[in-house]
Design a protein around this ligand. Structure first.
Ligand SMILES: NC(=O)c1ccc[n+]([C@@H]2O[C@H](COP(=O)([O-])OP(=O)(O)OC[C@H]3O[C@@H](n4cnc5c(N)ncnc54)[C@H](OP(=O)(O)O)[C@@H]3O)[C@@H](O)[C@H]2O)c1
Length: 307
């Protein structure tokens, strides 16, 4: 089978199509669910793995997100052949990448794709959606809390923003790139918990927020947290030095595989069209093109690769 992978780290040109055996379904392997992949999305972690910023064993198949159809389902797994499913793999921990024609998974990390979602739309959701759900859970509940979300225009940022804007007892200010201001002002206006949409860090009020959630890597914004507040970072490579603000609780979010959270992401996106990222579909063979365009910055939505 074909898979998008690397045999060495470097620029986008190191990406290629690997020729690998299909996952086995005999012996102890029969316990896994095998999915024929319809689509696998590209995430920033794939770029960091490809470049060598995050070490990985080589050769490596890349990819964390996928959607497809079950072709092998063990008895008692809760799934059957032909089911439309989506899944997230912690590629760095497991060595199992999603950008392959077939992938074997533990059924506990798989969710059904609701009828309202195409497999392409579903493939764009797992990592960003589950990260947002788990990050939100780490934000302390405070009556009338004031939140600043940095990078609402990104994939994780958008999932977080739309959830936060739906919370009535929370005022959420969004910090986005200047070119993204207008679209977020419209989205904010249609939801109950919206505060300001800011496009410049100089407009951010100091020591004003109970919680700052940083999805874009803006460590200086720890100064926007009020004493006793929380700075929640999703970007370990651009996190602030917690010693800078001893009066602020610093939390680094690390996403965990969780089939229930994935199902929540799928169900919510089925009900709310705003939570479905805009997708740009490319064949596996053009993975390098997706990486180049993402590295250039300014891309909005998700690249989804198809076999
Ligand atoms: N900790 C975890 O478990 C976890 C899980 C998932 C993702 N992440 C990380 O979370 C981050 C966001 O992921 P994603 O999937 O949402 O990526 P994404 O879709 O590429 O979004 C990132 C956004 O950040 C913006 N950005 C980058 N640098 C910025 C800066 N200095 N100021 C303002 N905006 C900036 C980008 O805008 P431009 O395109 O205009 O530059 C882009 O819109 C990535 O670093 C990713 O690795 C962490």
């Amino acid at each position: 089978m074909k898979a998008v992978g690397i045999t060495r780290t470097g620029g986008p040109e190191v990406l290629g199509l690997l020729d690998l055996p299909e996952p086995s379904t005999v012996g102890s392997d029969a316990d896994g669910l095998v999915i024929e992949v319809a689509a696998a999305a590209v995430n920033p972690v794939d770029l960091a793995t490809r470049s060598g910023l995050i070490p990985t064993a080589l050769p490596a198949v890349l990819g964390w997100d996928l959607a497809g159809t079950v072709v092998h389902a063990p008895q008692g797994s809760g799934f059957g052949t032909g089911d439309r499913v989506m899944a997230m793999t912690a590629q760095l921990g497991t060595g199992v990448g999603s950008m392959a024609e077939f992938v074997r998974f533990d059924a506990a990390h798989v969710a059904r794709v609701p009828d309202a979602l195409s497999l392409t739309a579903a493939a764009a959701l797992p990592l960003a959606g589950v990260t947002a759900v788990q990050a939100l859970r780490r934000t302390p509940a405070r009556s009338g809390r004031r939140v600043l979300l940095v990078g609402a225009q990104g994939s994780v940022g958008a999932q977080l923003a739309l959830r936060l804007l739906d919370e009535p007892d929370t005022r959420t200010d969004l910090l986005v790139r200047p070119g993204d201001g207008e679209v977020w002002r419209e989205l904010r206006a249609a939801r109950p918990g919206g505060g300001a949409v800011l496009t410049d860090t100089v407009r951010v009020e100091g020591k004003a927020y109970d919680i700052v959630v940083d999805t874009a890597g803006a460590p200086d914004l720890i100064e926007a947290v009020c004493p006793g507040g929380v700075f929640l970072s999703l970007t370990p490579f651009s996190a602030p030095d917690p010693a800078r603000r001893p009066d602020v609780e610093f939390t680094l979010v690390g996403v965990q595989l969780n089939g229930d959270d994935l199902a929540e992401v799928a169900d919510r996106a089925a009900r709310d069209v705003g939570l479905r990222p805009r997708t740009t579909v490319l064949p596996f063979a053009d993975a390098a093109e997706a990486h180049r365009r993402l590295e250039a910055g300014g891309f909005r939505g998700k690249f989804v690769l198809v076999p």
